[in-house]
Design a protein around this ligand. Structure first.
Ligand code: ZN
Ligand code: ZN
Length: 351
């Protein structure tokens, strides 16, 4: 038992989630918000085994070895940790709990020219001010929304965690940031958007760190299943650990280079001629229809694995912009085209 109400509230919240929702929870260092240290033999720099083969974790008696992999649903262990560590910050290991969190930051700073990984930022839209803004635009482009009906937590720094039920082990964690000297996000989903899943954790509501208290932002405590549009965006940006091979997580080149062989060459060639035709079109000559039909045709080749979706979306959007089509119409035509892919042609005889 502890007499510190902040510490008690955090431990109570973690215990409740572990018992009622089956979440794997663990105590964190309240200053660093990192997992507490395990035994010397299991430290990352000297250990000779993984968490799956760890003798300490196999005892299931509350060893804190291997960071998030020590997380548990066992109320006895949670009680022991609460008495031993008296910390006011607890977390959930998302991957082990069958969860995925979209962690939207509000770090401030200057947004890059292209805040979304692999999708052009809508022409005429103001740049995002934080991760919530970036995510709202991604959701809008993808036919989704920033969810108000799943488990959500407000962070002390103005960020937001959205927690979804997701296939355990399927999704990779990522960080969306800009590398030095670049002005385009080429990792994760977008600027100041972190994905936390396999091996990832988020601080639980009820916790108080040195920056303040994490509070539940949703009326519900039940995570909804991962939205289809979000799952699609995660697959497109290389977060699917079961994909073989992982799709490229880097932005495609702006110019469509036709190389490779067979279907890949055919698809690149089809994309290049579609872009050339579209870019040359004048107003009131069916640009919108042309964009939709080209997208639909290329979407079939994406589905067949001949070409990657970011390349198709970026190149067609740029060509349509060149032709003067409004950003909103471009977004709509691309989304409609990908929603209705035409089967890829049979090119065996032509290859
Ligand atoms: Zn150990
Ligand atoms: Zn170990």
């Amino acid at each position: 038992m502890t007499t510190n109400p902040t510490v008690q509230a955090a431990a109570d919240a973690a215990l409740w989630l572990a018992v009622h929702l089956g979440w794997h929870v663990l105590p964190l260092n309240p200053g660093t918000k990192h997992p507490l240290p395990g035994c010397r033999d299991c430290r990352a720099d000297i250990r000779d085994h993984d968490a799956a083969d760890c003798p300490c974790l196999a005892r299931a008696d509350g060893a804190l070895c291997h960071g998030v992999w020590a997380a548990t649903t066992d109320p006895d262990v949670i009680g022991r940790w609460a008495r031993r560590w008296r910390t006011s910050v607890w977390a959930v290991h998302l991957g082990a709990s069958g969860l995925l969190a979209v962690d939207l930051d509000a770090h401030g700073g200057t947004p890059p020219a292209q805040p979304l990984n692999g999708l052009p930022w809508p022409l005429g839209d103001p740049p995002p001010v934080d991760g919530i803004d970036t995510y709202a635009t991604l959701a809008g482009l993808s036919g989704g929304a920033v969810d108000t009906t799943t488990f959500a937590t407000d962070t002390p720094s103005g960020g937001l965690h959205l927690v979804y039920a997701a296939e355990p082990g399927r999704w990779k964690s990522s960080r969306g940031y800009v590398r030095d000297g670049d002005d385009t996000v080429r990792t994760g989903l977008g600027w100041q958007i972190d994905i936390k899943a396999h091996g990832g954790y988020v601080v639980l509501p009820g916790s108080t760190s040195t920056t303040g208290t994490y509070r539940r932002a949703s009326t519900t405590v039940t995570p909804t299943p991962l939205r289809a549009w979000l799952a699609d965006a995660l697959v497109r940006t290389g977060h699917d650990r079961t994909a073989t091979p992982a799709p490229s997580a880097t932005a495609p080149p702006p110019v469509v280079v036709v190389d490779g062989h067979g279907p890949a060459r055919y698809a690149a060639s089809a994309l290049r001629s579609a872009c050339a035709e579209l870019a040359a079109m004048a107003p009131d000559t069916g640009r919108n229809r042309k964009l939709f039909r080209s997208t639909s045709r290329l979407a079939g080749m994406v589905a067949a694995g001949w070409i990657d979706r970011p390349s198709v979306e970026t190149a067609l959007a740029q060509a349509a912009q060149h032709a003067g089509l409004p950003a909103r119409e471009i977004r709509y035509a691309l989304a409609s085209g990908f929603a209705r892919p035409r089967p890829a042609p049979d090119i065996r005889s032509a290859a």
